[in-house]
Design a protein around this ligand. Structure first.
Ligand SMILES: Cc1cc2nc3c(=O)[nH]c(=O)nc-3n(C[C@H](O)[C@H](O)[C@H](O)COP(=O)(O)OP(=O)(O)OC[C@H]3O[C@@H](n4cnc5c(N)ncnc54)[C@H](O)[C@@H]3O)c2cc1C
Length: 477
């Protein structure tokens, strides 16, 4: 195909892949007023793993005004979880302990988001595929086949949202031991209504009811451990693993629907998540251990962060480098924080600590240091309000990339040996302006009262407690 004789359509951003990450990037960039197209290979709805969504999706959907669109689909509220993990006995964990997540049919969930992107002005080529790319400076010339028709497209930015396979070439680094998931669906009255999670000596099992009367059951293992059973076929291995699990044994022989498939579930991150004219979002950028069921939420979040970085690069070209640094740092922090969480969760299964599967995952992979929370700092405990305070001499200010409004800009951020990373905002309030008041307020009580004119009193107290705890504010002897 040659684009020479075709009229070229020009876009600011071309997104490759219409999963949650690509769709939210496209939608948000379009809402910023830029011209966006999205190329999705498959007709929707298409089946996809990632059916158990965490409660963190709701604030994202709220920001975009999409809560109702999802609620109307009749997806399932997760019930109790039956858990055999740290303890040998089965624990019943109420749904409320994990926040109100959702059990969805991913084909439908992704379709709703894609429709919202279309309604926001995103031009969608589906089924479509990019057959040729030519990156010239800050311009991509793309040859696309959409519904069988060749098209020529120009875009200033390319967003790789194509999921695990990745559309753009680039190096990845593994952040978990190699893991394979055998995934299948069961149907039948014997299938439980609860979510099931169980540790096995050589892996773990997850299962949950999903819309359509199906029960999704997955077995996670080290691929090397499955090699001796290769001749047995995936279904036989999947069933034999389920049969070993106390919670799954009764459903191990229930008839299944469709094929049992093997999926790579190894966590990784790409070395270059962003460059001056491209961004990788969602699983094209990094993949998390499915243990947390946060893949979709994190993919959506990365899409929104990427959209802000792209918008900033377009309206403030002088902040291109700052935006690149901001996005790269946020992705690195998300990967590191999740890897540490996973290690802790695997370590909880002490009874299998000496088994190779658990030993490898309890050690983890070397990770960079993580972000200090910018929100919801801990509650105040035992602060004497008459205490005279001053700012530690070890505290310093630097310029750090932050989101302010809809853009990334350089903002004063505090660095201190007790902070893992620079902090610009606490509970959404610029720290610099809060700390400027310390010079004129002699004690903590007056400082908190002064701050409470700008934030609520409990917030002002929490901020004071956090600053004392990290020794950024210190008592004057
Ligand atoms: C076994 C397993 C279980 C999981 N369970 C959960 C879970 O319970 N909860 C959870 O939140 N997450 C889970 N995840 C993770 C979750 O599936 C992903 O995090 C999520 O789907 C990532 O979204 P995405 O938009 O980045 O990519 P995807 O959802 O994979 O979307 C990528 C899209 O790009 C399209 N595409 C690919 N290549 C091209 C191309 N060249 N041109 C055009 N289009 C293309 C694909 O058709 C697809 O629609 C699980 C993952 C695995 C492996």
């Amino acid at each position: 195909m040659s684009g020479e004789f075709m009229a070229r359509e020009s876009f600011d951003v071309c997104v490759v892949g219409g999963g949650p990450a690509g769709t939210l990037t496209a939608l948000k960039v379009a809402r910023f007023g830029h011209r966006v197209c999205l190329v999705e290979r498959c007709p929707f709805p298409r089946p996809h793993v990632g059916e158990s969504l965490t409660s963190g999706i709701w604030p994202i959907l709220d920001v975009l005004g999409l809560r109702q669109n999802i609620l109307q689909q009749g997806f399932l509220d997760p019930g109790e979880t039956l858990l055999r993990w740290a303890a040998v006995r089965t624990e019943r964990v109420p749904a409320s302990n994990r926040g109100n997540g959702l059990l969805v049919e991913r084909g439908k969930f992704d379709l709703v988001l894609l429709q919202a992107a279309r309604d926001s002005g995103v031009r969608i080529f589906q089924p479509g595929e990019i057959r040729s790319t030519n990156g010239k400076g800050f311009k991509w010339e793309l040859g696309v086949i959409a519904r069988g028709e060749p098209r020529a497209i120009d875009a200033a930015f390319l967003v790789d949202a194509s999921g695990r396979g990745g559309f753009l070439p680039g190096k990845q680094t593994r952040v978990s031991p190699p893991t394979v998931a055998l995934c299948g669906y069961l149907r039948g009255a014997a299938c439980p209504q609860e979510t099931l999670v169980e540790a096995l000596p050589d892996g773990w099992c997850w299962g949950a009811p999903i819309p359509g009367g199906l029960f999704s059951a997955m077995v996670f293992s080290d691929p090397a451990a499955l090699r001796p059973f290769r001749g047995a076929g995936l279904e036989a291995i999947w069933r034999s693993q389920l049969a070993k699990a106390e919670l799954f044994a009764t459903i191990a022989q229930v008839p299944h629907v469709g094929c049992v498939v093997a999926r790579n579930a190894t966590a990784y991150c790409s070395i270059d998540a962003i460059g001056p004219s491209f961004v990788r979002v969602g699983e094209a950028s990094f993949s998390l251990d499915p243990l947390s069921s946060t893949g979709v939420e994190k993919a959506m979040r990365s899409g929104l962060t990427a959209a802000i970085a792209l918008h900033t690069m377009m309206v403030r070209p002088e902040r291109r480098e700052l935006s690149v640094r901001f996005y790269r740092d946020r992705i690195a922090e998300a990967v590191a924080a999740h890897a540490r969480w996973s290690v802790g969760f695997y370590q909880d299964v002490g009874r299998y600590a000496d088994f190779p599967f658990w030993e490898a995952r309890s050690e983890g992979v070397e990770q960079p240091r993580s972000e200090v929370s910018r929100a919801n700092v801990s509650a105040p405990d035992g602060i004497g309000l008459t205490t005279h305070v001053r700012i530690s001499q070890r505290a310093q200010w630097i310029e750090e990339a932050c989101i302010v409004g809809d853009e990334i800009c350089a903002h004063p951020a505090l660095v201190h040996p007790n902070l893992e990373r620079p902090v610009a905002f606490l509970e959404g309030v610029a720290l610099r302006s809060m700390l400027e008041a310390v010079a004129t307020m002699p004690d903590l009580g007056r400082l908190v009262t002064f701050w409470s004119r700008r934030v609520s009193l409990p917030q002002a107290k929490r901020i004071a407690a956090w600053l004392m705890k990290h020794e950024i504010l210190e008592a004057v002897p």
